[in-house]
Design a protein around this ligand. Structure first.
Ligand SMILES: [Zn+2]
Length: 346
């Protein structure tokens, strides 16, 4: 590509980016007072007597302080990112306190409620709860692993587990831990990259657990049928994730896809538990009921109480006990199927 063509491309991509920015604007960041505050902060590095270290650049665009290695382009970009984030935070807090004095309700800024920071953490409660969810999944997966390989009998010849879904649940455990890891990172520091990683990991987990729910509830055991069920769904989820990352991060579309995948698997599990009279159906129903309540919290989004706990954080709190129950159901299912298979083998 010639330099001129490359430049045209860049302008085109930048214009698309601006369009997306405008379409995604929230009530808070269209406010003119907020906008001029951010502009002034980013250009002068100073506002209302507060100095922003990351916004101190000399006239040639290099940071005003630091040795040669801090003049690197990568470092400069990092500094600019932090300057923008610090200015947005400061101006948001300033606008919010002015609004509060006028008796106005909180509004969203760049798609998010005004949260108070703790150290560098942007949404400390959601970040901490995500980390707890990660620990709960690790704990659940570990006890599942120990149960299957050390407590339950193994097949005499192959030394493999009787339970036919062991490998599938291992992959599920990995994807769940991966999703909560990126959720914790994203709620700590919200930048373009961490946001995409969080959305992608969550979509991958939801999509995979939909496949798993179909395979388990329809008792799909042989490899060929499993591939036949999984392939089209995997193709769909991969396309969706690529679309979000490299075409457009469409929040509305992503919400629809995730809710559709979520509702389908919750319904499948709930109906299957009733039809088969599964011994652990009450655990499963509790998880389905709790999961639906969680979805309601996501839809009836309310602003953070005291600047810390919003609907989303509360939703991350509800998934902690549900995760415990969920893995407990998975273990019960393994025990149940193993005992039926062992009885058959005798
Ligand atoms: Zn979250």
């Amino acid at each position: 590509m010639s330099p001129a063509a490359a430049a045209r491309w860049l302008v085109f991509v930048a214009a698309l980016g601006c369009l997306a920015e405008v379409l995604n604007a929230s009530a808070g960041d269209v406010d003119l007072l907020y906008r001029s505050c951010v502009e002034q902060c980013e250009s002068s590095g100073q506002i209302g007597g507060v100095t922003f270290r990351h916004c101190q650049f000399s006239s040639d665009g290099a940071p005003a302080d630091g040795p040669w290695y801090m003049q690197e382009p990568q470092y400069l970009r990092w500094k600019q990112l932090n300057c923008k984030s610090d200015c947005r935070y400061h101006c948001m807090m300033q606008r919010e306190s002015e609004r509060e004095n006028l008796g106005l309700e909180p509004v969203k800024y760049h798609g998010k409620w005004p949260f108070k920071r703790v150290f560098v953490f942007q949404e400390p409660v959601s970040a901490a709860l995500s980390a707890l969810n990660l620990i709960m999944h690790f704990n659940g997966w570990l006890s599942f692993f120990l149960l299957l390989y050390y407590k339950l009998p193994l097949r005499p010849q192959s030394k493999r587990t009787y339970y036919e879904y062991t490998g599938l649940w291992h992959i599920y455990g990995l994807l769940a831990m991966n999703a909560w890891f990126w959720s914790a990172i994203f709620h700590s520091r919200d930048i373009d990259l961490t946001e995409k990683l969080d959305y992608s990991a969550a979509a991958a987990l939801l999509g995979y657990s939909l496949i798993l729910s179909i395979l388990r509830t329809f008792d799909v055991k042989d490899e060929a049928s499993r591939v036949m069920v999984a392939a089209p769904l995997l193709a769909f989820i991969t396309t969706h994730i690529l679309y979000l990352n490299f075409y457009q991060l469409d929040y509305g579309l992503n919400m629809k896809v995730c809710v559709a995948m979520g509702v389908t698997q919750l319904l499948l599990w709930a109906i299957w538990a009733g039809v088969t009279h599964h011994p652990s159906r009450f655990k499963l129903w509790t998880v389905v009921f709790g999961g639906s309540l969680g979805m309601l919290l996501e839809i009836y989004d309310f602003p953070p109480y005291d600047g810390y706990v919003d609907a989303h954080a509360l939703w991350h709190a509800t998934t902690i006990p549900l995760t415990y129950l969920w893995w407990s159901f998975v273990k019960n299912d393994a025990e149940f199927l193993t005992s039926t298979l062992v009885k058959k083998a005798k």
